[in-house]
Structures are given as C-alpha cells and as structure tokens.
Design a protein around this ligand. Structure first.
Ligand code: GLN
Length: 498
C-alpha cells in the first residue's frame, strides 16, 4: 500500500479533517490507509493497539461514496443521520468499551476471545456522527492501573520517549493520539485513567460529569466512579465528541443535558480558580511539575483569571477512600467472570466445580487478583464498618469539601499527575507507590465532577499536563479554559510527534 497523504496531515485535528473530507480535497479512504500504514510501521514498538479494525478501510471507502452521493456529507445517508460532524474521522476505542463485531478484551486473558454483539452507546453515537472505529486500544487489565503495564498484551510505550510509560489505564488511546495513529479516542476514567495518559502523552483528556456520557457498553470496573472519557489533540475536537452526551435509556445513571459548547471566548476574565495547598505542598511532586504549575498559574492570571490558595485537609483521605471503594466495587463486578455466564470458559466434564472455578479465575492477572482479594476483604463482615463504610464517609466529606470550594471558585487547578512519566518497570513492583500518583485525579471521581487535563509543557522531552476541575456540568467552562490556554500557548506545546 502506498500512502497518499503527506505525513504532516496525519496530525490534523478532527474538525480540520472533516472540512477536507467535505470539500473533497482528501479522500477518507486515503487518510485511513495512511493511518493504518503508520500503525503497521510503528505500533510494533509503541503497542497502542490490541486489535485493529479489519473493516476500517472498507468503511472509509463506503463513507467516501456517501460524500460523493450527498455532495457535502449531509445527506440522510443511513449512517445514523445527524449532521455528520465527525465525518470519516478515525476513532480509537479503549478495549473495555464494547464495539459491535470487534473483539473487546479489557486487556485480559479472561475476555481474550470476547466479541460484543452491540456497540456501547457512546460508540454508537460517535459512529452516527460519522466516526470510523480504527481499532481497540491497550490498557491496564479491566482499567486497574496508571501505566498500562498491567496488560495481558504487554505495556504501551510513550511515543515521546519510548523507555517511559504512556500512562494508564487508557495508555493505548493516549499513545495512539500522540503518535498520530488515530484522530480522536475514547478512554474510561474511574480514578484518572483518561487524564493520566492524556497528561503523559501531551493530549487533552476529559472526564465528564458522572452520568453525562452513558456507561452502557462500558465493561464495569467500579460503577459508582466509572465514566467514559474523551481524548483529542484539540479542544474543538472534544466539543465535537461531547455530542455523544445525554440521556440513554440503557443507563439509568445517565443525565439529560444541553450544554452550550461554543468556543468563542479566548480570555479568562472574571474567573476565579483555587489551588489546593495540600496538593501544592505534597512531597511527592516532581520539581519540574511544580515549576510548570507555577507557570500555568501566571498564564491564567495573564488571561484575566484570579488564583487563590485554599486548604482542604480532608484530601489526605482521598487515595485511601478511592482505592477502598474502587476495589470493593471491582470485587463485586468481577464476580461475574465465572466461566458459566461470563468470561473465558472450558468444558466442565469430569471437573469438580471448585477446580473449574479456580482454573477459570486464574485467567485474571496479578493486579486484578490483588484487588479482588482486597475488595472482598473490605466488604467482609467484621471489616465492612472499619474500611468500606469509613471510605464512604470520607468520600462524602471530600465531595462536600469540593462543593464548598466550587461555591466560591469557578474551578480548581492542580497538576494532572504529580510526576513525570515513569520509566517502564520503575513503579509496577510497588503497588502502594504506584497508587500514590493518582492523588490529583481521584478527587473528581469521588465527587462526580468533571475534570480536564490540558497539555501544558514539556520537560526534557516529557509532557506535563495541568488539570482543571469544575462543578457538575461545568464542561463548557472547562472547554473555555482549555480553549483560552490553547490559543495563548499556540506554538509552545506539541500534541503530536510528527
Ligand atoms: N489508577 C487508578 C486505578 O488503578 C485509576 C484507574 C482508572 O481510572 N480506570 O484504579
């Protein structure tokens, strides 16, 4: 296959691509072919994809025909109708989000052969807007991790420096965007899994308000915290992807909303942001991250915002609360993989049931097993009050604390990750040390509020992201902040290696 598209064009944002496809200056098929070629040539090293959609090229060709038939792609083409705002855009989907007819493994041996018979609602809606699934991305098994090293398919490497992790658990989605192997991507975020790889890979990562995007078709990790999240190389693209939001009859926690997502304002005049003292003073923060954060504070001040420091001592319980609740819910959610109704299976003939069951359950990796055991422990009678209940009480305090801060401030500003992307292998052997890097991200999941990681700068070739958290349904505000910073830092941040 000979690539028809100049390599610099592979880095175009989705909204720019749609323009080109509409006016016919580039065909969807050529573009898709070039991306597939790029995956073929570099993904052996990066390992962003678990499965590439073998029908992607054919779907692109079909879409080209529709563009030609409807002249501008607005035809009622039968491709889901609507305005085709994502016409022909290659979409990478994390491998815990169901895709009709495409294997969905959760990066686990347990689901290695699982092919869903339906699309997750978010995938269905994005396809309805014209997106084409290019492949399924690597992740930590069942979303449990922050580095994509806990994958049954091997670690994902950071395209900016290949001896570093890409972040996790949606590491494949982050790496696919940064290495120009997709135009937009879906991840999932239970305690930071969209924002962490976004930060480590220098792209945008949005964890929406709990319930804004339907969870139907997302394979559960910890249901009270799980969100599907959006990843892109431009703020404009995030706004386009947010069209997938809204009530879904298949997910009773989904909410109805009409958000005004126009990106007009490029200043931050009149906005008040809070810095959290306990986060800024934490010992675990790398010096370059702290410096970058201070630089970001002066940038937002120059754009017209005011920044104040607030104290939230209750945040010292955030990690313990998050990990206790997440593991408890995981132990219950993952009980379904028993080889009878769900999960990898085998012929039970002549095997005792306990042997059958433990053979099936041995398909989980070591981190997943650790969490199932700890989660079962914190829920067991005798310990429930001491751990699980306490974690829920702490969660309530953290949520109330955030609400108080967000009464007086429009958003809370933190680094997304307190550290630079670690070297592959550097943190996996010590789970507690690994868990601590989620300190800034778990807060938004505990409180159910939206949070956005914005690529801000690089240190020694390693990306650093800044996080903003807003009140419920504050997505328009988060996009406004990101848009203002995107314009102000034009030329200073790279979001793709090309
Ligand atoms: N790193 C966190 C965990 O391991 C968050 C993962 C996620 O958001 N899926 O639980």
């Amino acid at each position: 296959m000979i690539s028809m598209v100049r390599s610099s064009r592979l880095a175009l944002s989705a909204y720019e691509l749609v323009e080109e496809f509409r006016c016919g200056s580039m065909s969807i098929e050529d573009y898709m072919a070039s991306l597939l070629e790029r995956i073929e040539s570099i993904d052996g090293r990066i390992n962003a994809y678990i499965t590439v959609n073998e029908h992607a090229l054919e779907e692109a060709r079909k879409m080209d025909r529709l563009v030609r038939a409807g002249s501008d792609g607005n035809s009622n083409s039968g491709h889901g109708g609507g305005d085709q705002a994502l016409l022909g855009v290659p979409l990478a989907v994390k491998d815990n989000i169901s895709t009709l007819g495409i294997r969905t493994t959760c990066a686990s041996r347990m689901l290695a052969d699982y092919v869903p018979v339906y699309d997750a609602t978010v995938v269905k809606r994005l396809k309805g807007a014209g997106a084409i699934v290019i492949g399924k991305t690597n992740m930590d098994e069942f979303g449990m991790g922050s580095t994509t090293e806990f994958s049954a398919f091997g670690a994902t490497r950071n395209p900016w420096k290949e001896d570093r992790v890409a972040g996790g658990s949606s590491g494949g989605s982050g790496a696919a965007l940064a290495a120009c192997m997709a135009s937009i991507a879906l991840g999932s975020d239970t305690g930071g899994s969209v924002r962490c790889p976004a930060s480590f890979c220098s792209v945008y990562g949005l964890k929406p308000t709990y319930g804004l995007l339907s969870r139907y078709g997302l394979i559960s990790y910890a249901s009270s915290l799980d969100c599907i999240g959006l990843m892109a190389r431009s703020v404009h693209d995030l706004a386009l992807m947010l069209r997938a939001a809204g009530r879904d009859e298949h997910d009773h926690t989904s909410i109805d909303s009409t958000l005004d997502l126009r990106l007009e304002c490029t200043d931050l005049k009149g906005l008040r942001f809070a810095l959290i003292k306990e986060v800024m003073e934490s010992e675990g923060m790398d010096a370059p991250v702290r410096d970058c954060m201070m630089d970001a504070v002066s940038s937002v001040e120059q754009l017209g915002a005011t920044v104040e420091e607030v104290s939230m001592p209750v945040l010292r319980y955030a990690l313990a609360s998050y990990y206790t609740i997440a593991m408890a819910e995981a132990s219950s959610n993952l009980a379904r993989y028993d080889g009878v109704r769900y999960g990898h299976t085998m012929q039970p003939d002549g095997v005792a049931w306990n042997e059958f069951y433990s053979t099936i359950r041995s398909n989980f990796g070591s981190e997943v097993k650790r969490r199932i055991m700890l989660g079962t422990y914190v829920l067991s009678s005798g310990y429930y009050g001491r751990y699980y209940m306490k974690a829920q009480q702490a969660r309530a305090l953290i949520r109330d604390g955030m609400m108080m801060v967000l009464k007086d401030h429009d958003a809370v500003m933190t680094p997304t990750m307190p550290v630079l992307p670690p070297r592959i292998g550097e943190r996996v052997s010590d789970p507690l040390r690994l868990y601590t890097i989620d300190i800034c991200t778990v807060v938004a999941n505990l409180a159910g509020i939206p949070a956005l990681s914005i690529p801000y700068s690089m240190h020694d070739g390693l990306p650093i992201g800044i996080q903003f958290m807003a009140g419920h349904l504050g997505e328009p505000l988060l996009l406004r902040i990101a848009h203002a910073l995107e314009s102000a830092r034009e030329g200073k941040v790279r979001r793709c290696m090309l």
